[in-house]
Design a protein. Sequence first.
Length: 405
Amino acid sequence: MADTKFRPGAGSQAVEALRDVRVIDLTRILAGPYATMILGDLGADVVKVERPGHGDDTRHWGPPFIGETASYYTAVNRNKRSIAIDLKHEEGRELVYRMLGDADLVVSNFRPGVMDRLGFGEAQLAETFPGLIRCSITGHAPDDPRAQLPSFDLVIQAETGLMDLTGQADGPPTKVGISIADELAGLYLVQGVLAALYHRERTGEGRAVNVALNEAMLSAFTYQAQKHLVGGGAPRRMGNDHPSLVPYRSYRAADGDLVVGVANEGQWGRFCVAIGRSELADDERFATNTVRVENRVQLETVLEARLAERSREDWITALSEANVPCGLVQTTGEAIDAEIALETGLVVTGRNGVRMIGSPIQIGGARAPVGRPSPDLGEHTDEILAEIGLSTEQTAALRTRGVVA
């Protein structure tokens, strides 16, 4: 385990489950940084290694910018320290090697083979640091024929069929409004890391943890994939309709949109009473979910006409009182502003009063704080090099040679 001198020491002990874990973060863009941010939220000391003079590409993905840094970068890099090292320089790679000697895990998201060329290959790291957990996120698995192709989230959404499944039935394939494949891969990697840490706690052995974006995305298809695998036909684009439940979609009320989700016959009966159409519950065409799915078009025609007669607030009130799942269709801004008004603690304040979405994880009733705001490029270079034994003079010499910045 890493020495306690590397603890970030900035958050609540109730949520610092990983407070003695040190992470060397060689990732950039989104999937990897998202995973390492979650580890940092849980108390790990995350050292983000960036390219001098440029840093993580997302520092430049704007507008909007916060100072000179894009808000995109800020969203997924809190609770980390930044060191700027040129990995193309032999001395730079040697510095990372020294850092790995005090680390618990290393995370990268290069294409397969790049870590080997840098001198940080799986076999070499396993032999030199047997307790080190080696983690990677790639577009495709190393043995996939597409492994060497560049694979951003957009490409993965297209290749896995997510775009074909998203959008209106008569519209074009549509990507999801967030980088869902990247974020799923990051979440899966964190799960793998926690399992590997538990394994090492029992055995002392570091393991390799690998996640591919396309496999993470395909795994999320769950019931849609299973439908295809059992011969039920390939899933098709259905807009906001659900393939197996009716009614379960958005509706246009007199003044805007709401959603209704009916998942069992008890809810169906209460829904019919709440909208003033109790006779629908006894109609043989709609009495069970199976026949409602079969007669979807006829039923939806009736429901669309009825729900258009009153305001969405009226329907939300009536359906909520009937204990039928429902909700307003809001903009992202409205949803975030609602969280701020509720003061749940999900929206947190970082450096210079910049607000961001914090961790949804609560442990012991406490939520992970923003112990460290997203770092400036190379902000902690001197601090981290001192921790591995370099003097001020040695660091200055490395800076003069362009090894660090």
